[in-house]
Ligand binder design. Structure first.
Ligand code: GDP
Ligand code: MG
Length: 170
């Protein structure tokens, strides 16, 4: 079976649920290789898609995101990025645009990009319209997904979608 591996970045403001999303998805394999020097933590997960085995190397931020900037090494050799916001927090959605800019300043290669609205379980307190998030994702060449790390809604589907796109687009 052909093996591929891909580095996946997870960006977004503090508190949007990045770590919760990753832990929800990658709970089967947890690599506590926290690297405080670069303000990141690293998770691994394996998926089979068709005749391919794909290793996702998921890079979480570890507090560094409060500076709204990660060091260049964090971005190196990444193939995909999830830019996460909280659907109940408009500021976190505005910040997604800042994260997308930051990302494109560090990476010139084509990336598989998802704009992810987390906390879908709190849709009664929604502050960000799905249509706005969708339009924004399209504008930056990404795909919009709404998920909940809390209820687990859409999490696995999103990561599987990501795997399929990684195999087809990179
Ligand atoms: P990070 O700073 O982006 O890594 O965010 P965390 O994963 O640490 O989550 C921040 C807070 O949001 C925590 O209190 C989580 O329990 C909460 N949280 C994360 N995801 C969800 C979600 O989908 N729904 C709800 N209601 N709370 C969430
Ligand atoms: Mg975190």
């Amino acid at each position: 079976m052909k093996e591929l591996s891909a580095k996946v970045l997870v960006l977004g403001d503090q508190g949007v649920g990045k770590t919760s999303m990753i832990v929800r998805y990658a709970q089967q394999v947890f690599n506590d290789n926290s690297t405080p020097t670069i303000g990141a933590a690293y998770f691994e997960s394996f998926e089979e898609v068709g005749d391919r085995r794909l290793k996702l190397k998921i890079w979480d931020t570890a507090g560094q995101e409060r500076f709204k900037s990660m060091i260049p090494m964090y971005y190196r050799n990444s193939k995909a990025a999830l830019i996460v916001f909280d659907i109940t927090n408009s500021a976190s959605f505005l910040a997604a645009q800042k994260w997308a800019t930051e990302l494109h300043q560090h990476i010139e290669e084509k990336l598989v990009l998802f704009v992810v609205g987390n906390k879908a379980d709190l849709s009664k307190a929604r502050k960000v319209k799905q249509s706005d998030a969708n339009a924004y994702a399209e504008m930056i060449g990404g795909h919009f997904r709404e998920v909940s790390a809390f209820s687990n809604e859409g999490i696995r589907e999103m990561f599987m979608d990501l795997c399929v796109k990684l195999i087809h687009e990179t």
